[in-house]
Design a protein. Structure first.
Length: 268
């Protein structure tokens, strides 16, 4: 079957997007893994489908590069929002659901293939702490560790060891190494579960990093500028003092349509 797709990226985090409003594409894990393969497929950190929803603008389903279904992807959801805009779905504010619940996204500006998107994230109400590490769920599970020299960290080997530490994280975790560069300023590198490698950006990861920086170090700061290998993102939130509750969490950053095309499922 011939399937249309579009390729989008947000701060270097890249995704295959498929308009599945007619329900013609079946998200088979093996097919998705082959499509995301950077040598034998289209190449991407993940794949998303857009489906109809009778109550809100649309529904998003996210699949990791290994074909497994993910609950949420922050950079992916911003790309998904721009994809919906290019399809003429919804207004300046878009309402869609993902596996982790309802999301509201606002388009700050668009120009051709480019957009600046603000995404509402789910609330955080529980944070685990250990010996110089923190763990929380910002749509997917995230480990956060502060480091003095981010470039000196072996993100892949250390990240993989933590990701598969089943004693602490039975369902696995994404792993973030964070260097504080100023008040409200961070640099972050992330090893992503499901991609099983470092990615150029991770939206849920920088959200986790910002929240933990507030929780552990900068209690009066609620807006963060974050440098990732693929560009710049920002996170802001509301925090109830002396609690682990974070609400009105907003992730803002760029999204861009890179190209579109078609593929034959039988070819993969």
């Amino acid at each position: 079957m011939l399937t249309e797709f579009a390729k989008y990226e947000g701060a270097g985090n890249d995704f295959i997007l498929i308009d599945n409003r007619e329900g013609l594409f079946t998200p088979d894990p093996a097919l998705i893994a082959r499509l995301c393969d950077r040598h034998f497929g289209i190449g991407a950190d993940g794949l998303m489908t857009l489906a109809r929803n009778a109550e809100i603008d649309c529904s998003m389903r996210y699949y990791n590069a290994d074909g497994s279904e993910g609950e949420m992807c922050g950079n992916g959801a911003r790309c998904f929002t721009l994809f919906a805009e290019h399809l003429g779905i919804g207004g300046e504010t878009k309402f869609f659901d993902a596996a982790d619940g309802l999301h509201i996204a606002r388009i700050h500006r668009t120009k051709g293939f480019f957009g600046e998107i603000e995404l509402g994230m789910i609330a955080v109400r529980e944070i685990r702490t250990g010996d110089n590490w923190w763990f929380l769920n910002t749509g997917v599970p995230h480990y956060v560790e502060f480091v003095d020299d981010l470039e000196a960290v072996d993100v892949v080997s250390r990240g993989r060891a933590i990701r598969y530490d089943s004693a602490r994280f039975p369902q696995g975790t994404n792993v973030n190494f964070v260097q504080v560069t100023g008040t409200g300023a961070l640099s972050v590198r992330t090893y992503e579960r499901g991609v099983e490698d470092e990615t150029l950006a991770c939206g849920t990861g920088v959200t986790a990093a910002a929240i933990i920086t507030n929780f552990a170090l900068q209690h009066d700061t609620h807006h963060y500028r974050i440098t990732v290998r693929g560009g710049q993102l920002s996170v802001r939130f509301t925090h109830e003092a002396h609690t682990q509750t974070y609400t009105d969490i907003r992730l803002t950053g760029p999204a861009r349509r890179v190209f579109g095309g078609t593929f034959e499922s039988e070819n993969f």
